[in-house]
Design a protein around this ligand. Structure first.
Ligand code: BG6
Length: 473
């Protein structure tokens, strides 16, 4: 989809029907950092339905005023980012229902609250349920949602219902399958929106556009010309107060099984039949299913995992924790296009800088191995694309030196403001476009690849690295 087609699609979107957005765990970190700011941004751009409500659901008790204040203080708004009037009106749309996630009476109260909103509007609204809670609470919430019939559309079939699920979807292939089975029992596929917010990053979507809109690269996009691919998701920060979420899962489940495998899929996939959701998802899943699984014996050579010094003394981290905060994996894809081309997946917390990028290394000439062309997709920050190439040094010589061709989003004024990933995702969930959400097949294929690593690497050394490290060997 080209950017102009994309914009056209947005402006073609039907006028939005009244909608209620229910957030389970509204007082948590994700709601504060991602969901509410994105909803506020959509609201201020008038991209939400004219009749719109947010209902938060969480365990703690708050009075109406306390809740409003809490949300206001957590929105993390930069000075001048939004008009005061928009913020005030946005807050007017939010209400709160206190309850335990496993208590059926709480769901009955929630149901009553939603019915009251509908009655006030004189219309049956659409309902979106977002699970902004630790994954171990999914099952209870989904079951209660279904048994309280909150996810059923109204009698007159005017209001649809959808659920939005965050990653990690399960803990390994077994738990992912059982969550999937549960979802399949309770909802239809078109109601389920599984979030991987990396798919909604503009520079990531541009990988597809760049690859398939520029035929000059296609003949070289294979084992004959590509030497290796290096996908990096580096973060300077540590777990930043999220150890209760992070320690039980670790880096590979946090960003590897999802964000990084999605990047790999976009680099390696065949051209989809069309840019419709089902064809793009099909092309992505074909790559994930072809990832070569590691045997236990191969792991020691293909995988490195590490933990930064100081992690164990962070609040909430068990003293003996062997959770990885860093990993590097050399993966191969069993497709003839990619035979013997290593794909390195590398990610860590507390590294020397925060950046996400993908380097495609082209094979050098045999006689000058140091002259290697590299194409880099910079996903964030400083979104863009660059190519390293070689030119002759001016003088009576045929020596060459490296130069760079660069495209930066920020250099193109109309590209300068990139839509936030969560804004994009939530908007797509409202209009029912599943392209940027992961399919069940992708999730299963990614766990099939990741689960043997998780099982096998427990016996491998956990390397300790200093905060700010550049290289972990
Ligand atoms: C989240 C992980 O999914 O992605 C975080 O849970 C990580 O640990 C984050 O920091 C990175 O996302 P972004 O959009 O900030 O690059």
């Amino acid at each position: 989809m080209t950017p102009s087609e994309d914009l056209k699609r947005a402006s073609d979107a039907p006028a939005l029907h009244p909608t209620i957005f229910v957030i389970f765990g509204i007082t948590g970190d994700l709601a504060a950092r991602k969901l509410l700011p994105a909803l506020l941004a959509l609201f201020s751009k008038k991209l939400l339905p004219p009749r719109f409500a947010i209902v938060g659901f969480s365990r703690r008790y708050f009075s109406r005023e306390e809740f409003r204040e809490l949300i206001r203080s957590r929105l993390n708004i930069k000075p001048g980012q939004f008009k005061e009037e928009d913020i005030k009106h946005f807050l007017d749309h939010i209400s709160y229902e206190q309850g335990n996630f496993d208590s059926p009476p709480a769901y009955a109260r929630l149901s009553e609250r939603l019915a009251n909103i509908d009655n006030g509007w004189g219309q049956c609204s659409n309902k979106l349920f977002h699970l902004s809670v630790p994954p171990n609470l999914y099952e209870g919430i989904l079951t209660n949602l279904a048994s309280s019939r909150l996810t059923e559309p109204c009698d007159d079939m005017t209001g649809w219902t959808r659920v939005l699920i965050e990653k990690p979807f399960g803990n390994d292939i077994i738990t992912a399958r059982s969550l999937d089975k549960l979802l399949g029992r309770l909802f239809k596929e078109q109601q389920i929106f599984r979030i991987d917010h990396y798919l909604a990053k503009e520079a990531l979507q541009n990988i597809i556009a760049f690859r398939f809109a520029n035929p000059m690269f296609e003949p070289m996009w294979n084992k004959s010309y590509i030497d290796k691919v290096h996908i990096k998701l580096y973060e300077r920060g540590g777990t930043e107060g999220r150890s209760a979420y992070y320690d039980p899962i670790g880096a590979l489940r946090d960003v590897g099984q999802n964000h990084m495998l999605q990047m790999l899929a976009l680099i390696a996939m065949e051209e989809p039949k069309s840019f419709a959701a089902k064809d793009i998802r099909k092309a992505r899943v074909a790559v994930m299913e072809a990832l070569r699984k590691f045997s236990k014996r191969e792991l020691a050579d293909a995988v490195i995992r590490g933990q930064y010094a100081g992690y164990l003394s962070e609040q909430g981290v068990p003293a003996q924790s062997r959770t990885e905060t860093y990993f590097r994996i050399r993966a191969f894809i069993g497709l003839s296009r990619w035979k013997n081309v290593p794909f390195y997946l590398e990610s860590g917390k507390a590294l020397y800088e925060s950046k996400t990028e993908i380097d495609i290394y082209f094979k050098p000439k045999e006689h000058s191995p140091e002259a290697q062309n590299i194409l880099t997709f910079r996903i964030q920050p400083d979104e863009g694309i660059k190519i390293k190439f070689f030119v002759k040094t001016p003088a009576n010589t045929f020596a060459t030196e490296a130069k760079t061709l660069k495209f930066k989003y920020s250099d193109t004024p109309s590209f300068g403001i990139i839509q936030n990933d969560y804004e994009r995702l939530l908007h797509d969930a409202f209009i029912g476009d599943q392209t940027l959400f992961t399919s069940t097949e992708e999730i299963m294929a990614s766990w099939e690849f990741v689960t043997p690593i998780l099982q096998g690497w427990k016996d491998l050394p956990l390397r300790q690295y200093q905060k700010g490290a550049r290289e972990i060997e």
